[in-house]
Design a binder for this molecule. Structure first.
Ligand code: BGC
Ligand code: MG
Length: 545
């Protein structure tokens, strides 16, 4: 017997991000249409049916703006353009239109914290102290002694201040030296950013992933000055602006801070700042739990998350385009994860992270991959997939820094995985190598294999969309008598869903308390609350109505 999954649509569609499936990709590495070795909007548009078929509902594009590309596009020289290597504004609009035709929303990375040092604003700022652009950036004669000292890129950078000959002063750069921080306290900067966001909303974007939020919100302290200004007012203003321009626009924030500092980034009352925040704390705990084969670290991390207003949501991820940062773990915990998942020094980066994708870390173990991705789709929040996760694609440690996990999408077993007809030596990023390179792992082969990870992912995406209890409901940890098992219960509108995951490579027997008759929604059959879970086994269970 299958339980009826019907949910009144009117209830769930307004705050669409509460029950969305987000898919992050970089136009540069998705599909090259003109054989120059660089992916482009036309190529991406050609591939839209792969995304529609997978069932995701929102695409998140990594930066596609004109850039010298010294930080993979996170160094912007023009907020109103498209990197000519990726196409034209016309190609962009065609793509957004085609995506909309398939029912897909599009959001984009927006880099508010800094520009490229080649941005005309910075060029004007450094050339002339009296330029109106001077104050678009943060300048000091001498770096303050009591400013923050935590470096985002330890190794490549040794300071967050850099003396500029032409300017005769030091400028602030929280990231690379070629990424001068914008002065977020300057109202003109805020207006410029708002104007650019308005432009992209007008062209069809449904919102933005806001990069590096705490860095620009806390900028004022960094320059050594003190001010009474409420720096969070910037986030409130930004939110008010984008929702005025487009009622359903969403702001997803990159805020990697301890749990007790997160709540205020959603907003102080009704969530009127960032609509969604990535759960970095839960992400890191997930890896510790996988290594220890113990659900405890993840259960504890989830219980430290603040309760959030109804309109807000967590953005849940297993891997993103950056290193897997483990900065919130203790030194010992981080070592445990390093030893298990990044045994070689070249797999690690910045002393705090891992530059591999999950299938490599798990040695391609299908059972544990399913465990991790079932968690992605059933932990509190909206799942965010990184392109290629649906097929278990690999990485390439020979690629520079974090580019190791940003290799081209793997479509076929042909040369360069069907990504580009260019000479492989001319690709913008080399393809993944080894056992999870395109010869072994690709979309075409998996489409024809009913048991493939691609088809498994497609099924679970569909199931997740049909289980709004997870997106909307209140999660509660259910205590069960096996430490390897995480059981989460969601209540929403009189409906109950319980998701159960066994982290151990051995069987687990548990008994769920206080539940009625259950339907196993993955298997489509009734089941009792006394569960026998296989090694790394998982169940999504709905109380039969
Ligand atoms: C992005 C990184 C980028 C950095 C600087 C981060 O939020 O995820 O890839 O290097 O911001 O823009
Ligand atoms: Mg191209």
């Amino acid at each position: 017997m299958a339980a009826d999954r019907h949910v009144p649509l009117a209830v769930t569609s307004d705050l669409w991000w509460k029950n969305a499936i987000v898919y992050c990709l970089d136009v540069e590495t998705f599909q090259d249409s003109d054989g120059d070795g660089v992916g482009d909007f036309r190529g991406l548009t050609e591939r839209i049916d792969h995304l529609a078929g997978l069932g995701v509902s929102c695409l998140w594009l990594m930066p596609f703006f004109p850039t010298p590309d010294l930080d993979d596009g996170y160094d912007v020289t023009d907020y109103y353009g498209v990197d000519p290597r990726l196409g034209t504004l016309g190609d962009f609009v065609e793509f957004v239109r085609t995506a909309r035709d398939r029912g897909l929303r599009v959001i984009a990375d927006f880099i508010v914290n800094h520009t490229s040092d080649r941005h005309p604003w910075f060029q004007a700022a450094r050339a002339d102290r009296d330029s109106p652009y001077r104050d678009y950036y943060v300048w000091v004669d001498e770096p303050p002694e009591d400013g923050p000292t935590d470096l985002v890129f330890p190794g490549p950078e040794t300071s967050m201040w850099r003396y500029d000959e032409e300017a005769g002063q030091h400028y602030l750069h929280r990231f690379y030296r070629h990424q001068p921080d914008l002065n977020a306290a300057n109202p003109r900067v805020r207006q410029e950013i708002a104007r650019a966001m308005g432009f992209w909303l007008e062209l069809g974007l449904s919102g933005f992933r806001i990069d590096a939020v705490p860095y620009f919100v806390e900028e004022l302290g960094a320059s050594g000055e003190t001010t009474d200004q409420d720096s969070h007012a910037y986030l409130r203003d930004m939110h008010a602006f984008v929702t005025r321009r487009r009622g359903d626009a969403v702001l997803v924030g990159e805020v990697n801070l301890p749990p007790d500092e997160l709540r205020t980034y959603f907003g102080d009352d009704e969530g009127e700042k960032l609509d969604m925040l990535f759960d970095f704390v839960g992400n890191q705990a997930l890896y510790l739990a996988l290594v220890r084969e113990d659900a405890g670290p993840l259960a504890r991390a989830l219980s430290t998350l603040p309760r959030i207003p109804d309109r807000n949501q967590w953005a849940r991820f297993v891997r993103n385009h950056d290193e897997l940062t483990l900065d919130k773990l203790s030194d010992e915990e981080r070592q445990e994860v390093f030893v298990a998942f990044a045994p070689d020094e070249e797999m690690r980066i910045f002393g705090r992270g891992i530059r591999r994708r999950l299938p490599s870390m798990l040695g391609g173990d299908r059972e544990r991959l399913e465990l991790a991705y079932s968690l992605l789709f059933s932990l509190p929040g909206t799942p965010v997939l990184l392109y290629g996760e649906e097929i278990g694609m690999g990485d390439n440690l020979a690629a520079r820094g974090r580019m190791s996990v940003r290799t081209p999408m793997q479509w076929t077993d042909e040369r360069s995985g069907g990504f580009s007809t260019a000479d492989p030596a001319d690709l913008c990023v080399p393809t993944a190598d080894g056992e999870r390179g395109p010869e072994h792992v690709n979309v075409a082969a998996q489409e024809h294999d009913a048991e493939s990870l691609l088809n498994w992912t497609t099924r679970i995406v569909r199931l997740r969309r049909e289980t709004p209890e997870i997106g909307w409901g209140d999660p509660a940890l259910v205590s069960v008598d096996d430490d390897a098992v995480l059981a989460l219960r969601y209540e929403w509108r009189g409906r109950t869903v319980v998701c159960v995951h066994n982290f151990a490579g051995r069987e687990a027997r548990i008994s769920l308390p206080d539940v009625g008759e259950l339907v196993d929604v993955l298997a489509g059959r009734r089941t009792s609350p006394d569960l026998e879970l296989e090694p790394y086994g998982y169940r999504w269970l709905r109380e039969a109505g």
